[in-house]
Design a protein around this ligand. Structure first.
Ligand code: IPE
Ligand code: IPE
Ligand code: MG
Length: 241
């Protein structure tokens, strides 16, 4: 089947897309499958979406894989997720490197198991000279936790209060060095932030497609990008049109 072409002028392509990959559990339930089958399919889907982002010239992709609140899930789901993350960081790495993807991690490192952390660190290290797409994986990430750590860092640095600027705060977050997201996509029809990039998405455009994450394919991404291209981003000023 011929693939739909993306028909958006390059200046209207978001530089940074962030995705709350939601709906894996419901996708599985609808098919009578265990929730973990949905999470596994979610990883498959991410591979396709990463490829499409490279194809469309998106420079930064940030994906929400596991929140600080997700620890409240049942033990067997947590165990399964850990396995899936371990597998993903082992099995997907080669193709990501081949496609020129650089991998970054954001989130609280402490609670991540040492074996997974080692794989994450290795992926970050061996992809560090790639620049086709910067893929940031938010794993054990919570925005409030991130802001708390930033405050601790700033206080510990001894910087005088009047020198704490918005830039200093941005530079103290896990996302330091990455531009704010232009477009945030939350799949599965839910319309909330769930502790994702609170500071960074202050002026992002948001879309809430109905598709569950494993069904959110290239066509769906094109629809989201078309929707974004129509938006008039004013940043509090008046329209430039
Ligand atoms: C998102 O899918 C993946 C994670 C939070 C790890 P969910 O697991 O939240 O799927 P639903 O929302 O229950 O369908
Ligand atoms: C947000 O989804 C976290 C991830 C997608 C990793 P959740 O499914 O955990 O969020 P809530 O509980 O519906 O807000
Ligand atoms: Mg969910």
């Amino acid at each position: 089947m011929a693939q739909t072409k993306l028909n958006i002028e390059p200046s209207r392509i978001p530089r940074h897309v962030a995705i709350i990959m939601d709906g894996n559990g419901r996708w599985a339930k609808k098919r009578g499958l265990p929730r973990l089958a949905g999470h596994r399919q979610g990883v498959e889907n991410l591979r396709q979406i990463i490829k499409a982002c490279v194809e469309f010239g998106i420079q930064y992709l940030t994906v929400y894989a596991f929140s600080t609140e997700n620890w409240g899930r049942p033990e067997d789901e947590l165990r399964g997720l850990k396995q899936i993350f371990n597998d993903a960081f082992s099995n997907e790495l080669e193709e990501l490197i081949k496609n020129g993807v650089r991998i970054l991690h954001i989130g609280q490192r402490d609670e991540i198991s040492p074996d997974l952390l080692q794989k994450i660190d290795r992926a970050v290290e061996i992809s560090k000279t790639n620049d086709k797409l910067i893929l940031t994986v938010a794993l054990n990430y919570g925005s409030r936790n991130e802001i708390m750590h930033a405050v601790r860092k700033i206080v510990a640095s001894g910087i005088p209060p009047e020198e704490v600027t918005e830039q200093v705060i941005s530079d103290s977050l896990f996302t330091a060095g990455t531009p704010d997201p232009d477009l945030v996509i939350r799949t599965s029809g839910e319309q909330r932030l769930s502790n994702f990039l609170l500071w960074q998405s202050a002026y992002s455009e948001w879309v809430f497609p109905e598709a569950y994450w494993p069904d959110y394919n290239r066509e769906e991404l094109i629809k989201s990008l078309e929707e974004y291209a129509k938006r008039d981003r004013r940043f509090g000023k008046l329209s430039s049109k």
